[in-house]
Design a protein around this ligand. Structure first.
Ligand code: AMP
Ligand code: MG
Length: 661
């Protein structure tokens, strides 16, 4: 948004966000503009009802079972005839001349001193009030039996309506129909049900940069994430999503697409184009689509501020923020309640748990901030780790178990405080194995055998130091680290301390990467390559962030030199490779597997050691043992080797050779 410093900027800002409303006020305005939501209803044959939502309560039109019936194979009797029956005092009963099987209508009453042969499920004959099992009788020829036990009234009889009584409400409106519900309906003889017609929700993504999944990537393109995610989330909440693709930021094209979508659907959800910049057309178009138009533009939520809500001639139109996590969050928080009502579903039951916040979470004053968290079993109950990597990150949503709400008046959530976590799914599954620390693609290879065994594994990338801190608090089983100690010229071991044990991981060759065919680097060793790079003012480098192991290495390489590109300091190995591939830089330092995967040429520099700090107190947990076993196994070592890593084994390997200078 334009800064408020100049008056021109202020006017532009006011045009964008007329008023930033609180979440509650925004919801109230949206609901008021929508008015009462009438559910449209349709009849469905039972065979097509799976997945639909009942629109009305269903009362049983019949008793289930419809008559008193026998639960066993045996004889229908009068219990009063058998009061004195026992092993030593058997009672003789005459047999009536019929056999009652399932589906047989009894014709002969059971008079005093008689009985009738009856099968499991057979209707009880008049006069009989109990059944004796065939095992507790003796046949006396063809026309009588002898009974060795007494029978209480009602023994082995299921009474009419005892399962479901006629008129009883068996299923309530709002119930999603699954196989159980279909079974209930079938048992009551119901062939047609009245279900809510699923609201049709048109979904449009906006942005010139968007590519659809499956398309080959193109420069400056971004895969359309919101289209897929919103379509699926609409279906999860009772709607039928109709994804209409991504529309470029062009007013006429977008207006056509929006009008078309509105004519076919009950609701329209767009994403992107709500924040700032030349492409922000949606709100202008919406003003022309019907009354009352935009009712909310800007909500004091983080993420999610640019949310825009409109109602045009009775149909809700929602413009979600462009960043997928913000889009998802606002969708779940503010749109799902409306969608579920339209779909005839009850509000989603949200469960809450209490958890300790292990790290300080900064928050913006004046906006309610929602922070996605991942739940970990700590030593004193649950710990909730923020999973956010910024509102542009999609992983923060997929890793999250729930979210914490930081009130508008707080500027942070203190470390060690207890917070309520609203769960995204009704049941949290605490992972079997928790790995917190530095991330490496090799880690995915090492945990994959456990995943195949059905264990749930959570890996959180918080960097080596963050991982060690979590390990010391006992919030993870293992912390993967790659920390170089210049005092001992060794990796990782000096950082462990009490309560933590060393588990060797693997080594990754660090080296200089450059594009294939770059004559400045081709065929040179590291020293020569570096000399050339530093001598050529057109040769641009890409650095790494402070605190990264690779940064330490780069600074040692460069000494006092600060070549052009030094201040470009991305936070990952892959970002370095991407910068070189995309010609934003000519060289950088990254690990061999990443260079290999990016098709870059590589001049080896030194090995970096990626190992694990194992929390001693947790080392006997089954999943930990399984992981340690997998790590040592031949298939895992082979997979690591194939991906360009070198599995380590011995402690003495930990000393790294001197760097070329
Ligand atoms: P906008 O609100 O259009 O300025 O978008 C904000 C950010 O979200 C930009 O980085 C967009 O590239 C990104 N974005 C917008 N729509 C999508 C989408 N459908 N999928 C993934 N990213 C998106
Ligand atoms: Mg856009």
């Amino acid at each position: 948004m334009t800064g408020p410093s100049s008056s021109g900027g202020k006017a532009a800002e006011q045009d964008q966000f007329l008023t930033v409303l609180s979440r509650e006020e925004a919801m109230a305005r949206f609901e008021a503009a929508l008015g009462p939501i009438a559910i449209s209803v349709e009849e469905r044959p039972l065979a097509e009802a799976l997945g639909a939502v009942l629109a009305r309560d269903v009362g049983a039109p019949v008793d289930v079972p419809p008559f008193d019936r026998s639960n066993v194979d045996g004889f229908a009797v009068r219990s009063s005839d058998l009061v004195a029956a026992g092993a030593a005092t058997p009672v003789r009963l005459a047999l009536n001349g019929e056999t009652i099987a399932c589906g047989t209508v009894p014709r002969i009453a059971v008079e005093i001193g008689t009985s009738t042969t009856i099968a499991t499920g057979g209707p009880m004959p008049r006069g009989a009030d109990a059944v004796v099992m065939v095992e507790h009788t003796h046949a006396l020829g063809d026309d009588a039996i002898e009974v060795q036990r007494s029978a209480s009234p009602g023994q082995f009889v299921s009474y009419a309506g005892s399962d479901i009584a006629r008129g009883e409400v068996v299923l309530r409106a709002g119930t999603p129909i699954g196989s159980r519900e279909i079974g209930m309906l079938a048992a009551c003889g119901i062939a047609q049900v009245c279900v809510a017609r699923k609201p049709r929700v048109a979904i449009l993504s906006t942005g010139n940069e968007l590519m659809q999944p499956g398309e080959p990537p193109r420069p400056a393109g971004i895969y359309d994430t919101n289209g897929a995610i919103v379509s699926a989330a609409v279906a999860e909440n009772g709607g039928v999503g109709q994804f209409l693709g991504a529309v470029p930021d062009d007013e006429a094209t977008l207006e056509d697409a929006m009008r078309q979508a509105l004519s076919d659907c009950d609701m329209l959800i767009l994403s992107g184009g709500t924040s700032k910049g030349a492409g922000d057309l949606t709100h202008r178009i919406m003003a022309r689509l019907g009354k009352p138009g935009i009712v909310v533009h800007g909500v004091a939520l983080k993420p999610g501020k640019p949310l825009c809500l409109a109602v045009c001639d009775g149909k809700p139109i929602v413009v979600l923020p462009g960043f997928p996590t913000s889009a998802m969050f606002t969708f779940h928080d503010m749109i799902v309640p409306v969608l579920r009502r339209m779909a005839g579903l009850p509000p989603r039951a949200e469960a809450e748990v209490e958890a300790t916040i292990p790290v300080r979470i900064a928050s913006e004053l004046g906006r309610v901030e929602f922070v996605m968290v991942s739940l970990i079993e700590g030593q004193e109950g649950l710990a909730a780790y923020p999973t956010g990597k910024g509102s542009g990150a999609i992983t923060s949503f997929s890793q999250a178990d729930g979210f914490v709400r930081i009130e508008a008046l707080a500027d942070h959530q203190p470390q060690g405080s207890i917070a309520k976590v609203t769960l995204l799914a009704p049941h949290v599954r605490i992972p079997d194995l928790v790995i917190i620390g530095s991330h490496c693609t090799g880690l995915d290879l090492a945990v994959s055998p456990l995943v195949r065994e059905g264990r749930s594994i959570r890996t959180l990338a918080v960097g080596s130091l963050g991982g060690l801190a979590a390990a010391r608090r006992g919030e993870c089983d293992l912390a993967p680290i790659h920390l170089f100690d210049s005092a001992t010229n060794s990796y990782n071991v000096p950082f462990l301390g009490e309560g933590l044990e060393f588990v060797p991981g693997w080594r990754r060759m660090q080296g200089i990467v450059f594009r294939q065919g770059d004559k400045r680097f081709e065929g040179r060793d590291a020293q020569a390559a570096l000399r050339v790079a530093l001598a050529d003012p057109n040769c641009l480098m890409v650095n790494r962030n402070q605190g990264a192991g690779t940064r330490v290495l780069i600074d040692r390489l460069l000494g006092k030199a600060r070549p052009d590109g030094y201040w470009n300091q991305p936070r990952s190995h892959n970002a370095v490779a991407a910068a070189v591939v995309q010609e934003r830089a000519d060289w950088g330092v990254t690990i061999a597997p990443v260079a290999q995967a990016s098709g870059l040429d590589f001049i080896p520099l030194t090995e970096e050691h990626y190992d694990f700090a194992l929390v001693t107190a947790r080392k006997d947990r089954p999943a930990v043992r399984a992981f340690l076993g997998a790590l040592k196994s031949a298939p895992c070592r082979e997979a690591l080797t194939n991906a360009g890593f070198e599995p380590s084994e011995r402690l003495e390997d930990r000393v790294i050779p001197d760097l070329p200078r």
